[in-house]
Design a protein around this ligand. Sequence first.
Ligand code: G6P
Length: 615
Amino acid sequence: MCGIVGAIAEKNIVPVLIDGLLCLEYRGYDSAGLVISNKGLQRIRTTGRVAELAKKVTEHHTNGFAGIAHTRWATHGEPSERNAHPHISGHESRIAVVHNGIIENHEAMRKRLQAEGYQFESETDTEVIVHLIASNLKKTDSLLKAVSMSIAELQGAYAIAVMEEIHPERIVVARNGAPLLLGLGEDGNYAASDASALLKKTRDMIYLEDGDLAELYKDQYQIYQSKEGNLGQAITRPIHHSDLTSDDIDMGPYDHFMQKEIFEQPSAVANTLEMVFNAQSVSPGLFGSAAESIFEQTNGLLILACGTSYHAGLVARYWLETFAGIPCIVEIASEYRYRDPVADAHTLVVGISQSGETADTLAAMNYAKELGHLHSLSICNVAESALIRQTDLRFLTRAGPEIGVASTKAFTTQLASLLLLTIVLAKMRNRLSVEHEAKMIAALRHLPAALQSTLQIEPEAQEWSQQFSEKRHALFLGRGVHYPIAMEGALKLKEISYVHAEAYASGELKHGPLALVDSEMPVVAIAPNDQLLSKLKSNLQEVRARGGELYVFADADTQIEESDNLHVIRLAEHAGILSPILHTIPLQLLAYHVALVKGTDVDKPRNLAKAVTVE
Ligand code: G6P
């Protein structure tokens, strides 16, 4: 979802902006643009890909020492050149703005600014920001102050970067509710929505906080906290040396990031579980220094998340209730934030998010706090994200950057982390013997190797992909802890191959979806050799009896034989508690290969974004 890059340096920064935008492509976008200061503000915009923008930039011989650039994911107004950022205002001293987020009071602001004589060229909410700054700049001679006054009038979420024609020596940036960081380089200073955009220039980053404003020059920078339009004293924020390298966001020998990320899962899970590999037991301290005392007071869990992260929460509910005997509710964050739930102070709120910047998850976590929940925990893949910073406890999944929009390694590392949480809580509630804990830890140690061997089924999943690519719909079935895995499999297929897929708890088949079953509706079943297998087999018979074609992912010891209209891919023998994690792999591979056959944009599926930083 929208990405921002800003650069001010001693040499031409156009390549930095274009490289940065290319690195942010994974977030999802539908148009792109930049403004460069070179004898005035030069603006170039395009619909479509950053490569198209780069071509235009080359044709125009655009260069300069300062600039701001943007990838836009349309919210207000269609994807078009007119709506693409940067937006420009002013006559004598023109101002340019790029923006990530949503301005909620844009309609009222638009009317007010139109009454002041400003003419709007786009349908975007962003254009009110640039006119507002231009309007405020008439009351002060400082761009920084004008930005500070303007953001006090804006409601909603934003990260912005601003340039002024007559002062090309500086860029002003501000954030509230949308990610933004500064990059401190040897030959200049930079700003971006995430670290990946700047790694070729610097690994020294400052993560801005909500309410922060910063002024960047090529050789210095200054940060302020703005309150109600007043700039306070200059403040300092810590400089983080990023561990990421530009190789981390390189595709290497793979054709797609999603393929790379599927195959990275053994190492991503191994990194995430590193601290337990040499341990005989796990301690609450893994989740933060206050975890033990908070967990002692915890009498239930409320998990809030979106998309794939929500599915991880659903799996965890089965584990937490079965092994730790602790009540667990899992809710879609965008639903929770707008209803009137009954809060229990000692129900621990758990936010699960790959990016840690999903607007609905952040808002839902804040809402839970307002309602009286005392404590919170985040499970997240980005160390400096808003989610990690706002919770009392945290666990960092160490999957490394996930670039493909469809989440893969983030999901399996979330599941591994949630299994650790289950072990810790089960122990604290006296539900886990020393032997049982040792067995669970041994299972976790085996997980990377088990994932590695599960990946071997790729050629078989590839064989099935042709048949799925010819269908318009598919049904995914699972039972128990594998029902959310069926949901995740259906989500993967629809996200990247655009085949409509629905998941059902297979016991629900005869309450509706059975009516859809015919030879045109492939039915995928997740069939581990667990205590629900016999129930699942009966459900599969119901499908066969209606002429449905079954595609079954079974364990080696599941007694299901291939026959006409019944295809089976076998994993290893039943993996017990690890089974849902391992059964995820073939579903990811199936979706990936169906997308390849259909020729869709695997890493950047249409209309979707990686980090959904707006509602
Ligand atoms: C988007 C992504 C999904 C992701 C969801 C939640 O929809 O495309 O892959 O699962 O957001 O994101 P989060 O970063 O909070 O896990």
